[in-house]
Design a binder for this molecule. Structure first.
Ligand SMILES: Cc1cc2nc3c(=O)[nH]c(=O)nc-3n(C[C@H](O)[C@H](O)[C@H](O)COP(=O)(O)OP(=O)(O)OC[C@H]3O[C@@H](n4cnc5c(N)ncnc54)[C@H](O)[C@@H]3O)c2cc1C
Length: 461
């Protein structure tokens, strides 16, 4: 059996890895540019976070809850997975466990509520954590105004250096002698007689196989529309995100330190990458077309946040690299995983901001589907060909979006005047959202906060 995998990010690489282990006879062509342009996996922290990503709505909303339970499945796999990859590649893959979550007052009460929601979820699922004094966090040295009032240590949530992880995976695949890493871009998939016949490269080469795995991250919809396959999948957008690699020397953290989620993003975090470097993240905005460079506002906000909210001594850190990655973000914000109506095509994308963490379970699932094995998982919620899943009621969505919008303003230096400005702004956002919902016919369902602009400008019908 010959498998063609399109996309050389974490999902493509881990699926190739699992396929090799499960079937010692197959060969793989893995397509992707060697420079990994826009690769989300390489811009990630990369945190293994499930509980740290809990919002006030997570446990009470049936769909969000299922997404959380799916995300949580991968956490226990990482220690053994990294050990195995280190043994097979001979490379060190820097990683660690234990995450400090801080609750400071740089933004509004949304993050206090998210902090409480995390505690509630940890208690509900009997997950180990400790409430600690913020001053107990090693190398945590915020500014006076940026200091946290509360903090906790979540024992099992960790991080990995994504560059070492990807290098380790690539080396193992190369060493196997059964994987052909093809440098370049797949332009489209050509179908004939109801199945995919070949992947057409941008340079005109045709790559053939028995089964195809489409996992090119955020460029998924571009390939799909060029292929004219008539698959009814939610559109994938570019969740453009920036992270900063700092050389922090002696100030490098022992563990990841992060806030709870903030409006429209995952808050501020710093994660060690090795003994001397720290990754600070992350910005996010949803776009229809990719952006290759980081925006000035993203770099400014991340640097300021890291210096004020994590460690003031970062003023003398060296800015080593500005990463830009495109989070594959679907129109309903849920992943697209599994088989399609084309028998020899499976897809894996739409993982938004936790695909690296979820890759052990996703790759296990994808490799079983390719090989026709039974799978223990039911991920039908994430099936690729679907109508957009309506996660929220109209009222829920509008309430969440209003809170997110105000909170996002605080993340960008908003200082309200001392009058009814915040209440007036809330009213303005609410009225605007009601109008938008009416306009797009969202009467008994609500627009996810991240997708407001995509609906407003007609990118989602
Ligand atoms: C700043 C940032 C921080 C993040 N932090 C975290 C985190 O802490 N934890 C976490 O779990 N997740 C995090 N994420 C999300 C995570 O990175 C993604 O969910 C996940 O990496 C997606 O993996 P992927 O393999 O689907 O796509 P990608 O990693 O984007 O890989 C896709 C690859 O396919 C290649 N490609 C593109 N077009 C083509 C084509 N036409 N043909 C062939 N190849 C193509 C790309 O160059 C790229 O190398 C973060 C993302 C960003 C941007």
């Amino acid at each position: 059996m010959k498998i063609v995998i399109i996309g050389n990010g974490i999902l493509g690489l881990t699926t190739a890895y699992k396929l090799l282990r499960k079937d010692p006879t197959l060969t793989i062509s893995l397509i992707g540019p060697y420079d990994n342009k826009g690769c989300a996996s390489l811009a990630a922290a990369a945190m293994f976070n499930s509980f740290a990503e809990i919002d006030t709505s997570t446990l009470g909303n049936e769909i969000e809850l299922q997404k959380f339970l799916f995300n949580k499945l991968s956490t226990p796999h990482w220690p053994q997975f990294i050990k195995q990859l280190e043994e097979e590649s001979g490379l060190t893959i820097e990683s660690g466990y234990g995450t400090y979550i801080i609750n400071n007052h740089v933004t509004d009460s949304l993050e206090d509520d998210n902090f409480d929601a995390i505690i509630n979820a940890l208690d509900t699922y009997n997950e180990h954590y400790e409430l600690i004094k913020p001053s107990q966090i090693p190398k945590y040295k915020p500014s006076v105004n940026g200091r946290a009032a509360r903090a906790m240590f979540v024992t099992n949530e960790g991080w990995v250096n994504p560059v070492s992880l990807i290098n380790g995976l690539k080396l193992i695949l190369e060493k196997s002698g059964r994987v052909n890493l093809i440098n370049g871009y797949c332009k489209l998939l050509h179908k004939s007689n109801h199945s995919i016949e070949y992947a057409l490269m941008e340079n005109g080469d045709k790559i053939t196989g028995d089964a195809y795995v489409l996992s090119p991250g955020a460029t998924f919809s571009k390939i799909l529309s060029a292929s004219n396959l008539e698959l009814n999948t939610p559109k994938i957008f570019y969740g453009v995100g920036c992270s900063l690699l700092l050389k922090t020397g002696a100030n490098t953290l022992d563990n990841c330190v992060r806030t709870p989620n903030r409006g429209l993003a995952c808050g501020v975090y710093s994660a060690p990458q090795n003994a001397t470097h720290t990754l600070v993240g992350a910005s996010n905005f949803i776009a229809v077309v990719p952006e290759e460079n980081a925006r000035a506002t993203s770099v400014y906000t991340l640097l300021k946040s890291a210096m004020e909210q994590i460690n003031t001594d970062y003023y003398r850190a060296e800015l080593v690299k500005v990463n830009v990655g495109w989070r594959p973000t679907s129109a309903d914000t849920l992943p697209l995983l599994g088989t399609t109506s084309i028998p020899n095509l499976v897809v894996a994308t739409g993982t938004k901001r936790d695909g690296l963490h979820c890759s052990p379970v996703i790759s296990d699932y994808m490799s079983d589907l390719v090989l026709g094995n039974n799978t223990e998982h039911d991920f039908s919620l994430f099936k690729a060909e679907r109508e957009i899943v309506k996660i929220y009621t109209r009222e829920e969505a509008i309430n969440i979006s209003v809170r997110h919008s105000i909170n996002a303003a605080y993340q960008h230096d908003f200082v309200p005047s001392k009058n009814r400005m915040v209440e007036d702004l809330e009213k303005h956002y609410r009225n605007d959202l009601i109008e938008l919902h009416d306009k797009v016919g969202a009467i008994d369902w609500g627009i996810p906060p991240e997708m407001i602009q995509m609906y407003r400008y007609g990118h989602i019908a």
